[in-house]
Unconditional design. Structure first.
Length: 320
């Protein structure tokens, strides 16, 4: 009898802890109701984030990376917006083909080649790994093969540059702004698809969060872990590829263009390639750990991640 009475406080404590955990999971992350300040910020980002990217890229393309000269030209009447826009390269079939092949290739590496790096590299954690418990109590499994995808991609890149010569190593630089339009198209397409999917065929309806505010739901996402099939996870794919795998290729393409134009690669260009290469490799080495971070554990998948990973990351992170 005494033993039974001793267990009751422990059971109550355990139940309270479980309830607190459930409550914290429900409250963490996105809002359930949208206040005016949040809505104003969301609309501002939806309107101006794409323009900010365009402004930075246009400044580098037309004004030697000066952020003030375009504004001075506009305010003094030396240029009109139409003048700047008309000098901006447009979408091309070549860029569309390059981008389609790139994304398709990364999907192929992500879905169809199981990880072998964890069998060869001591200390590396890859292969099938479990993510954190979702608010609905689901534990998703992921194929961790980002490091492998990065290695295969870059081996092929260097093999082409020094042996096969299928395409120029400057291909990214030469199509930089047309590729920007392709990235925007994919970013908006996947974000819109994710929102439609959350209403009509969610992967897990219990892990969806609706606020009733279209702009907030589009920006922050409704579905927690949208997937196609068992393994294609939108968050892991778009967070980890194609943008981050492309990051180091973009730097290499610019280095190749510098070599082509000036006959040498500067120390600063080498430093950018090395330091950012370390950053990207660190991300892929710790990809299994990434499954337990805020991006995967708490963010829903919307425009913030869909467009951000396709456009903001590869274009602004490589501005130098």
């Amino acid at each position: 009898m005494a033993a039974h009475q001793e267990k009751k406080p422990e059971e109550r404590k355990r139940k309270n802890t479980q309830n607190d955990t459930r409550a914290s999971k429900v409250q963490w992350g996105r809002a359930w109701e949208v206040d005016w300040f949040s809505l104003a910020n969301i609309i501002f980002l939806l309107m101006f984030a794409p323009l900010i990217v365009y402004y930075f890229i246009m400044s580098c393309d037309q004004y030697q990376c000066s952020l003030t000269d375009p504004l001075i030209d506009l305010f003094t009447g030396n240029k009109h917006l139409s003048d700047i826009w008309n000098k901006t390269p447009t979408l091309t079939y070549k860029a569309a083909g390059i981008y389609t092949l790139w994304v398709t290739f990364q999907v192929f590496l992500y879905l169809l080649i199981p990880d072998f790096c964890h069998k060869l590299l001591p200390g590396y954690v890859g292969g099938v790994q479990e993510g954190a418990v979702t608010p609905a109590g689901v534990v998703n499994k992921y194929e961790i093969n980002g490091l492998q995808a990065w290695i295969i991609t870059h081996v092929l890149w260097f093999a082409n540059a020094y042996y096969f010569h299928w395409f120029s190593p400057t291909i990214i630089f030469d199509n930089w702004i047309p590729l920007l339009w392709c990235a925007n198209i994919l970013g908006y397409a996947v974000s819109t698809f994710a929102m439609i999917k959350s209403y009509f065929f969610p992967t897990n309806a219990k892990d969806c969060k609706f606020t009733g505010n279209f702009f907030y739901d589009y920006m922050m996402g409704i579905e927690f872990n949208p997937r196609i099939g068992k393994w294609f996870d939108f968050k892991l794919f778009f967070n980890g590829r194609p943008g981050i795998v492309a990051w180091t290729l973009i730097n290499l393409s610019y280095a190749a263009k510098q070599q082509e134009l000036y006959g040498q690669v500067t120390n600063s260009m080498i430093l950018v390639n090395v330091l950012q290469g370390i950053y990207v490799l660190d991300f892929f080495w710790n990809e299994a750990w990434y499954l337990k971070t805020i991006d995967i554990c708490h963010d829903h998948f919307g425009w913030y991640l869909g467009w951000g990973d396709c456009v903001w990351l590869p274009y602004l992170y490589t501005l130098q």
